[in-house]
Design a protein around this ligand. Structure first.
Ligand code: SF4
Length: 99
């Protein structure tokens, strides 16, 4: 695919971003397309997937999707907890020496 074709596809896609917050969504989409933010990429992909409806992203039930655990508009307690959990500092138990 030629670069001109890619640019044209992206221009059309951007122009068709609908929704109440379309300008904010377009700005986020620009950030994603320019490779400036992985978070913007995930947000744009999820919004695009759910026809640009944040409420649908929040209600997404596609647990098999690789983005499910990082999709926007949802608090992910498991992920936050794992960031805060300190490393396990319990000393290793001595093991019996077997010959
Ligand atoms: S997590 Fe849900 S909304 Fe996001 S891309 Fe996957 S299926 Fe779509």
């Amino acid at each position: 695919m030629k670069i001109d074709e890619i640019i044209e596809i992206r221009r059309k896609h951007r122009a068709n971003i609908p929704g109440k917050h379309h300008e904010a969504y377009r700005v986020n989409w620009d950030k994603a397309i320019e490779g400036k933010s992985l978070r913007a990429c995930v947000k744009s992909k999820c919004l695009d997937c759910m026809n640009w409806l944040a409420s649908e992203v929040k209600a997404c039930s596609c647990a098999a999707c690789p983005l499910f655990e990082v999709r926007p508009y949802v608090k992910h307690p498991k992920r936050r907890q794992s960031r805060k959990t300190p490393p396990d500092v319990t000393p290793n138990k001595p093991t019996a020496h077997v010959e």
